[in-house]
Ligand binder design. Sequence first.
Ligand code: AMP
Ligand code: TRP
Length: 328
Amino acid sequence: MKRVFSGVQPTGNLHLGNYLGALKQFVELQEDHECIYCIVDEHAITVPQDPEQLRKHILDVAALYMAIGIDPKKSIIFVQSQVPGHAELGWILCCNSYTGELSRMTQFKAKSGGKESVGTGLLTYPVLMAADILLYDTDIVPVGNDQKQHIELTRDIAIRVNNKYGDTFVVPDGRFMKSGARIMALDDPESKMSKSAENEHSRISLLDEDSKIKKSIMRATTDSDGEIRFDPENKPGVSNLLNIYSALSGKTVDEILANQQWRGYGDLKKELVAVTQEAMAPIKRNFEEIRYSEELIRVLNDGAERANAIAEPVMARVRDRFGMGIKL
Ligand code: AMP
Ligand code: TRP
């Protein structure tokens, strides 16, 4: 069975972009893969975090993982900082990567742009991500399109180390969704939906109340020509709504457009409100049941133990190849 690894940062409530771009495939993959899903708190601290909020968000994401259908009997769910191999391998890989390739990363440029002083962690963030992936001999990494560059870097580092030290790492492949791969902000369809945007109506959180879902979608930016068609270039707002509709309903955009009787954008939005509310309802129900249960903590502790059992032999192999420590 092929092994799958992915991670999400505990930096706020997950939104539709996270769900349709990444998390939905997490659930599908667990049926016929060995899946490991991580809550990457070591990545979260590359920017300042309030400790109490971070702890809360870690448990929120863990509960959301389970609420959308990740089954701890089939998949490993764990918190990154509970497995020491991530930080250790992160350091070793830092010593096998170059500041040039790291400063070329789009995400680094976006996060560091215009700042006088930039934290080192922001630069080395993708190396830690490479460590997460390589630590488990991962075959497949399901992520949203925005992570493509980081996956490429992971492959480059793995190949570089293999060439220098002999076969050490499995070289992983990214897996990207077709319809949900890039969900755009509702208020600004030129930028991606994100946890950190100031306007709460730019995104739909998986835990939003029905009334908030309605408000955000009804306010979504469209355009003035009034024609409903899929054309991301010229009609990014309408196309984003159709894309969300398609990803949530499992129908293709063509199927949706062929069967609609909408008279205007308002009708499309109203229908999308209903589709979204219906998709989010079971997630919210499950979340309430799991979030404050003892089971959640048990799942995470058990997940860390299982993850560590896979990571430790890989670390032993890495130390051995590099000639680190003493041979037992
Ligand atoms: P993050 O919230 O940055 O930890 O992202 C978690 C996962 O969601 C990653 O696989 C991202 O690629 C994916 N993701 C984040 N934002 C979006 C978006 N707007 N559209 C599609 N996928 C996204
Ligand atoms: N960098 C990813 C993001 O921002 C999160 C992440 C960290 C990740 N480590 C990972 C994703 C390993 C996949 C595999 O979304």
